[in-house]
Design a protein around this ligand. Sequence first.
Ligand code: ADP
Ligand code: ZN
Ligand code: ZN
Length: 745
Amino acid sequence: MQVTHKTLLEVAVPTPLTRPFNYQCPLDIDLPVVGARVTVPFGARELTGMVTALVSEIDESINIDKLKPIIAVLDNEPLQPPSFHKLLTWASNYYHYSLGEIYNQSWPALLRKGELANLQTVMHWCITDIGKETPVDDLKRAKKQQQLLEHMQAHQHQFAQQLKYEGFSSATIKACVEKQYIEQRPLPQPTPCYWNESHINESDKLVLNPEQAIAVAAINNSPTYKTSLLLGVTGSGKTEVYLQAIEQVISRGHQALVMVPEIGLTPQTLQRFQSRFNVPIVFLHSGLNDKERLEGWLKAKMGLAAIVIGTRSAIFTPLLKPGMIIVDEEHDGSFKQQDTFRYNARDLAVVRANTENIPLVMGSATPSFETLHNAQLGKYQQLTLTKRAGNANQASHQLIDIKGLQLQSGMSPQLIELLRHHLNQGNQVMIFLNRRGYAPALLCHECGWLGKCQRCDANYTVHQRYQYVQCHHCGDQHAIPYQCPGCSSTQLATAGVGTEQLEQAINEIFPEFNSVRIDRDSTRRKGSLDDSLKGIANNDYQILIGTQMLAKGHHFPDVTLVAILDVDSALFSGDFRASEKLAQLYLQVSGRAGRASKPGQVVLQTHHPEHALLQLLNNKGYMAFSEVAMKERRVAQLPPYWHMALLRIESHDGDCITAFNQTIQTVCHPLLQQLGSKEYPLRQIGPMPSPMERRAGRYRWQVIFEASTRSRLHTFIDALQTELQRHKSAKKVRWSIDVDPIDMV
Ligand code: ADP
Ligand code: ZN
Ligand code: ZN
């Protein structure tokens, strides 16, 4: 075959290797554009790759005849905006991860599988001329059909799903079709980005207080890149600031991307956006199927959605006319992906806003130290809301010393009295315990045997309702044993308290009140979280018990007492971020109290009321705490002052890890000598076993690398990766690089 210079393609292929691959474009296939997906052969497989360049200059060293031809071209225009190539290449360099893999992960599942990126024509139910003219009274004897006709006369056209949602059955719809009142038609596609200020619902707007007004003005003073940190206590009206900042975006016919934490994606959030803006909103949540996800993605890309609200991966949603990015609860751990491509969506948001030259707003009551540091350096503009909006008051805080006290399922007598006091006044109370299940351990009273997972360094959690023990790290699950496997005694007892047990105890202590539990177990059934939240709003429940799930984003205006049980382990954790996480959690949970006009009270039970961190948080608040804790980080040369990357190693075979650890030592020593200096120090800690040395049957080790400058760390990691890939021992274990690790477990 005659190969012309035009037919050589550079393709980013989803494989662990970071370099792109060259392919030929055979003469019978139209040459793809840069930014199109192509199907390529890779070994015995076919993969979906991204064309990153047309290679016009043939490198003499490439033997073209040996290059494989691509199989198909999937897009006839670039799939993502050109700015995405910059963003994803940045991510590939920063996270030391394959560009092909990153491209793949930035697409909805169906595009990864090679589906075409076309929006399917959506059929709508429309009212016919006959339907318009028929008086609804004609249908007096068919009530359902009458309702449907009335509904359609009012709305003209409706999504099929909407009709189902409104409760019209297929039979009713069919009857109306037979009478020719309604018919299915494809709706003409609207003009992209057609919205303007007339799509803002003015009557829904709140009058901003002075601090909010300053924040909105500062965010909106220019539509170009700038990161603002909106620092405001819970209930200070951050959401109202987001909404009014987005008004500008909508008025100009642009689009906004709103990033929210995993559990914070509540129907309440969506509802606030919907009632403010009469524009199409795409809501990317975990309940969507692949088709719905693709549809949302395409609508955003084509300018058919004005606002996109989603969790971590929504950062990769392309926008036709990007106008603003908002990251709510920027400190939240769920923005960091904890496997494969370990990106932090908050950090990518900064890069994306920069490449697209649009404003970025990060909001939090308890900003991460990284973000505070950037604000202190002047990289971010800091906007502060110090007061609770409306007429809500700040909650009062109190520590209960539980040393030596007899506890009832984890609760002290003082706490029970407090609960009773608030309940008797007709208020709701909330009890927070970050441990689901009945009890975190099962042990034998006779011989001390402890129920441990065979595959992890972890205890089994007892779930009493369904009578099983489960490992929360690998999911392994067994029936609760009747007898001790060690000594055959039947004296098995649980130790510690989980939410399931707490709920049981609460129901015994307060039979006259109703309780509801919100955690991952109680909300497994679709819609059950919604039902519980509605029940709380309705005051069907007076006692709310739950884990983190209960702490995020929800508004419970009648809760006046928030109790936090057992967070002591975080005070003495080996993880340098533990205290920051604890402080964030503490304030997040306490932010649930007294949001309306009723004053709130927060109590924390602890064995260490004298602990400096708790004292500081309790008496002076998060900012005072962060000042002290950040000083400690600076002295200890830890992030955000120093930069960190983690090399993770995993294998079923301990010997393979030992061999790889040897290789690491051999490789690292000369590299550290070469790249580190007095002025630019580089540090290696490990290899050492991970805090949880075994998980799901694998041994786990880690090496920490630290440097005072980012660039030095990245140069080092690049060199390290290249060197390690050469060694045989590296092929026998799983290893990966985690830049800016959050979870060191
Ligand atoms: P945050 O997002 O900071 O937790 P929200 O935006 O949810 O706070 O606001 C908390 C409550 O205060 C909401 O009920 C909201 O309607 C109300 N609120 C916000 N801004 C104002 C304002 N300017 N005037 C009156 N009420 C407000
Ligand atoms: Zn025993
Ligand atoms: Zn396990």
